[in-house]
Design a protein around this ligand. Structure first.
Ligand SMILES: [Zn+2]
Length: 581
């Protein structure tokens, strides 16, 4: 479906990049002409993600990701460019005229989504109707899952080998079958991941099926099995149950992170609507950011065993690194959330959660103290050392100071001494980091030609574009942008950005959002001085090249070339005439 450039520019104009990005990145703050935040695409402690509203572009000086408003939505939502355009159009109430005369082939991704949706309906129907699913239905009854919950989560049963048969009948080709993650090729033919399993479809936040988790009903070694990562599924950046929980989470701004699919399904059934779970792997920073996008009050409720506590610690570390505040809580040993809910009800569940609530640092103090003991000085030293590693993961100095206060109090140590120890431990790290930043600054220095492009990007300076000779620029990237400016005097910076390939876009974003650069409105005189500087630089480079050759000629090591010697002399004269050495 083609959308005209005109409509795309209209959508761009009505989508304020700061408010669009602000919806996903709550800590976006104004900093001079730009807006700044910690990058949503990589883990960092000091903000290097910059949004420039005047130019309508963003750029991360840490990981280099850059683009216009459409690009941002594409990346953060993991959707195609056209989907991002539609989404923003809808947001600003612009109706896109669908042009059905142009038949566009359905993309591979769309076909994969279709197949996954088909599979979830197929599994669900099998669960409800198939005689083979009797075991699965019994299991659901045994766990107390209601038929409402079955439909809410589209829980299903995967009969052996049947999905392959039906997908083929439906006309899905081999390539799509493999790309969906539902099947894999083995020596003995195509293997269905979910074969003979109790099945949980995994949705993205838009409610599209992107993968499946399956629980064995027999005595298979792997109790849970997930379909692998695919072009539509990344396990690190989705959460199970989030789509179903979203309306409630948006209302209450709170999330309870539990361990497994069954915990999510049953907790939500019992009225704990904000229950979500990581996807069978360790908690990731992408998931932390996802949680932070929707929740102001997050409680980690992992199993009360060693595996659960290790997972909790890891999750707390990731949240600390990303400046996300979360709490932990716990249920009595060996009790699953659904068991507790079933026996005691929702009110008592929340009461217990509140009673056992611990801040991140309190959890860490208890855990590390239990690990080493706190009787002797030696034990205390070990405890402090581990805890200070955790403190260092937090970037906020106020949080660090508060944590150190709590650590000192709980171990009965002098706060100032612990603080000194913390500084001693972290100073070395700080030096390494600051050296890195210096290196980056050096790399970021832009050439004269690039400076000239930066000047031309400001609307007030655009008329100067035509004053340049057609072959003025030598840098290929500069030539590309210069030609765009020449062809369309009113083209916006974000429009230029959207027309460049990934690599050039990154280069361009450096030029367009030089950190802290003030608006440059140059006079014609200043402009011609800069042009001359560039010209001189080019002449000097040419002379330097000739110099080597001329030297060889005068030494008799190379045949005399009158033409070149003449050019060399002229260049020298010209450079001298410019008044610069
Ligand atoms: Zn980044």
């Amino acid at each position: 479906m083609a959308i005209s450039d005109q409509v795309i520019e209209q959508i761009r104009m009505s989508s304020d990049i700061v408010s669009v990005i602000g919806d996903y990145v709550p800590d976006l703050k104004k900093a001079g002409r730009n807006w700044k935040a910690c990058c949503p695409f990589h883990t960092e402690k000091t903000p290097s993600f910059v949004v420039n509203p005047e130019k309508g572009i963003f750029k991360c000086f840490g990981c280099g990701v850059a683009g216009d408003v459409f690009k941002f939505v594409t990346l953060i939502e993991n959707i195609s460019w056209i989907e991002a355009v539609r989404k923003l159009a809808q947001k600003s109430g612009i109706v896109i005229e669908e042009d059905y005369s142009q038949k566009v082939s359905v993309s591979e991704k769309t076909k994969v989504f279709e197949l996954l949706e088909f599979a979830s309906k197929f599994y669900n129907k099998c669960f409800l109707e198939s005689p083979f699913a009797k075991f699965a239905r019994n299991y659901a009854v045994q766990r107390g899952i209601t038929s409402q919950t079955i439909q809410k989560f589209m829980i299903g049963y995967a009969p052996k080998g049947k999905l392959l048969e039906f997908s083929k009948k439906k006309g899905y080709d081999y390539k799509v079958l493999l790309k969906s993650g539902l099947f894999t090729k083995t020596d003995s033919g195509i293997f269905e991941y979910m074969s003979d399993r109790f099945v949980f479809p995994i949705y993205d936040i838009q409610g599209r099926v992107i993968a499946f988790g399956g629980r064995t009903l027999g005595n298979s070694k792997a109790k849970y099995l997930n379909t692998p990562e695919t072009i539509v599924y990344s396990k690190s950046s989705n959460l199970y149950g989030l789509f179903q929980a979203l309306p409630e989470i948006k209302k209450n701004k709170s999330i309870i992170l539990v361990e497994g699919y069954m915990d999510v399904v049953l907790s939500q059934q019992h009225g704990v609507y904000g229950a979500v779970a990581p996807l069978g792997t360790a908690f990731t920073w992408q998931q932390a950011k996802l949680i932070n996008r929707y929740s102001e009050n997050t409680v980690l409720l992992f199993d009360p065993d060693e595996a659960g506590r290790t997972a909790t610690q890891r999750a707390l570390e990731i949240c600390a690194e990303n400046d996300i505040s979360v709490y932990t809580s716990s249920l009595p040993d060996d009790v699953d959330p659904d068991e507790y809910l079933l026996a005691n009800g929702r009110e008592n569940f929340y009461k217990l959660l509140d009673k056992n609530l611990k801040s991140a640092i309190k959890f860490m103090i208890d855990r590390v103290s239990a690990k080493y003991g706190t009787k002797t000085l030696q034990e205390k030293t070990k405890v402090v050392s581990d805890l200070l590693d955790f403190v260092a993961k937090n970037k906020n100095a106020i949080v660090q100071r508060d944590y150190i206060k709590q650590i000192s109090q709980s171990l009965n140590l002098d706060e100032e001494v612990v603080w000194q120890e913390f500084k001693r431990k972290t100073i070395f790290k700080a030096e390494v980091v600051s050296n890195n930043i210096e290196d980056k600054k050096k790399i970021n220095k832009i050439s004269l030609e690039e400076q000239l492009i930066a000047i031309l990007l400001y609307k007030d300076n655009r008329y100067l574009t035509e004053k340049l000779a057609k072959d003025f620029f030598t840098n290929a990237n500069c030539i590309t942008v210069y030609n765009m400016l020449l062809n369309n005097n009113t083209i916006s910076v974000s429009e230029i950005m959207s027309k460049l390939d990934e690599k050039t876009a990154k280069w361009f974003s450096d030029i367009a959002i030089e950190d802290n650069r003030e608006e440059i409105k140059v006079s014609e005189e200043e402009f011609s001085i800069l042009c001359k500087d560039i010209e001189i630089k080019r002449l000097r480079a040419r002379r330097k090249n000739l110099e080597k050759e001329v030297l060889l000629m005068t030494e008799g090591k190379k045949e005399m070339d009158i033409q070149k010697i003449k050019e060399y002399k002229e260049l020298t004269k010209e450079i001298k005439g410019s008044g610069k050495k």
